[in-house]
Write a protein that binds this ligand. Structure first.
Ligand code: SAH
Ligand code: SF4
Ligand code: F3S
Length: 479
């Protein structure tokens, strides 16, 4: 009974909070209207995303609120309001933000009414806030990952304040539903099914900046997808740092595989994708559900990180090389046409060339369709940052180049296996490089370019895969 009551209270809180934020949108509208009168045109805003798909989805939420408040969304940082949604997973993401802030400042000097906001993962680090406070005084608003649902309220605070507004929370258990969202693509959408991460891989900062794992209620997820489908969406990407542990902490626990089965039933939805899967939690039940599904795409992103059991252990990944290989083999046996992609880190503390050899061995055996390879980046506050055996840069570079070559060779060969087949592609956009060409995505995530009319964008069409060009295909529309 207590749990039931707690659930009701949480839902009430969430509904009340949504109502409060909608009121703040109305209030923000007043300020934007005033600015419009002052400028003589509708104020413009630009949302720039650094980082992963979860950040991209957050940016769609920010855009939804900005649009409702009366801004015109543009992709030009000379806009009247610019917001950077930042990432801190590797140091180069942070450096890019600092670099571009200098440019924003020079734009603001020419346009004094310009407002600049920073949010996202990087803002959850106290040292970053200190640096911005001291050296980037021209920033108007800073908030973090846990209070993004309060964006309308923070906008109002920004309009009413004299100086910089900073609001960062350490953590939250609040999940607020039903605020406006402005999607980048009309026909496909990301959906958060969970927030945060509990895994604490020893190199990774995400659990510190995104907080503990929280799953959304399955009912809210289904309701959101149904509304998206009614609005023209045919493909969804379910998002979470570790979707395989979805539902474990809900009052009525449900597995990720069970959630997928429910989503599959939604009429009109044609494709289901998800990321990311942690190998340690990938269940036989999930493999069976994928195998039997007609909507779940034939693609699995299964981060390896390292092929050396010794390094995996130090990374706190909680699987061995052999366990990973056995899992990949089981998946291939059950779903032979599946594409597997991965993430790999080179240069983790203590890594030796022989460890890189182990990783290369896994790449050769699993035959990935693609692998995102990253050079290890030391993140302050993570256990790996305090390890003494950091690898010298030149050794890391040597291992990275060696590994990348194998990744490219195996991926090329693997992707070319489809040549001559006809497969369905979701047409996503007009090709930017060549006029008259469209770009589509196969169920297994491979990209294909082909001639066609832009009216096909958003449709799933059969494409003859004529020529493989490394990582993509040139194809022909089949009628
Ligand atoms: N939750 C996802 C990954 C999120 S971060 C998962 O566990 O798979 C995306 C990728 O960034 C990771 O898979 C990892 O390969 C890489 N990454 C994370 N921290 C890193 C670091 N400190 N240095 C280099 N790469 C890192
Ligand atoms: Fe980071 Fe590991 Fe969590 Fe992925 S599972 S976000 S790599 S801690
Ligand atoms: Fe970056 Fe945050 Fe995603 S650190 S990778 S934007 S969860």
């Amino acid at each position: 009974m207590k749990e039931f009551n707690q659930q009701i209270t949480e839902q009430l809180n969430s509904v009340q909070e949504t109502g409060r934020q909608l009121e703040f949108i109305e209030k923000a509208k007043g300020y934007v209207k005033k600015l419009e009168e002052q400028l003589g045109h509708k104020p413009t805003c630009c949302v720039t995303t650094f980082g992963c798909q979860m950040n991209a989805r957050d940016s769609e939420k920010l855009s939804g609120i900005l649009e409702k408040a009366g801004y015109e969304l543009i992709e030009d940082e000379d806009a009247d309001f610019v917001i950077y949604n930042t990432c801190t997973v590797r140091d180069n993401a942070n450096q890019r933000v600092y670099g571009r802030l200098g440019h924003l400042n020079s734009l603001k000097k020419k346009k004094p009414h310009k407002k600049i906001a920073l949010c996202g993962c990087m803002m959850q680090e106290p040292s970053v806030i200190e640096k911005i406070r001291q050296s980037y005084r021209f920033v108007d608003l800073i908030f973090g990952t846990h209070n993004i649902y309060k964006f309308a309220e923070l906008l109002v605070n920004m309009f009413e304040a004299d100086g910089m507004v900073i609001d960062i929370w350490k953590d939250t258990d609040q999940i607020v539903e039903d605020l406006p969202v402005e999607r980048k693509y009309p026909f496909k959408s990301g959906i958060n099914i969970m927030f945060g991460c509990n895994n604490f891989c020893s190199y990774c900062i995400v659990p510190y900046v995104r907080g503990r794992e929280r799953s959304r209620n399955p009912k809210d997820i289904i309701r959101e997808i149904e509304a998206l489908v009614a609005d023209g969406v045919v493909e969804v990407m379910l998002l979470g740092q570790n979707v395989n542990s979805y539902g474990k902490n809900l009052e009525q626990p449900i597995t990720f595989a069970q959630l997928l089965k429910e989503i599959e039933k939604i009429d009109g939805l044609q494709r289901i994708r998800f990321m990311t899967s942690h190998p340690k939690d990938l269940s036989d039940e999930l493999i069976q559900v994928m195998k039997e599904s007609t909507k779940i795409c034939r693609h699995l992103h299964l981060p390896l990180q390292s092929g050396s059991t010794r390094i995996l252990n130090a990374m706190n990944r909680r699987y061995t090389k052999e366990q990973y290989l056995a899992l990949a083999e089981k998946i291939r046996k059950e779903i032979p046409d599946i594409s597997i992609t991965t993430d790999i880190i080179v240069g983790f503390p203590g890594e030796e060339p022989s460890d890189v050899d182990e990783t290369i061995d896994v790449i050769r055996r699993v035959q990935y369709d693609n692998a995102f390879t990253f050079i290890y980046s030391k993140r302050t506050g993570t256990p790996a940052a305090a390890m003494e055996n950091q690898v010298p840069e030149d050794i890391v570079k040597e291992g990275f180049d060696r590994l990348l070559k194998v990744v490219q060779d195996t991926a090329r060969e693997r992707i070319s296996r489809l040549q001559g087949q006809t497969m369905e592609a979701l047409v996503e956009e007009a090709n930017e490089q060549e006029e008259g060409l469209l770009t589509g995505r196969l169920s297994n995530n491979t990209i294909v370019h082909f001639k066609g009319d832009t009216s096909l964008i958003g449709q799933i069409v059969p494409i003859y895969l004529k020529e493989c060009h490394g990582f993509y295909y040139l194809g022909e529309l089949k009628r």
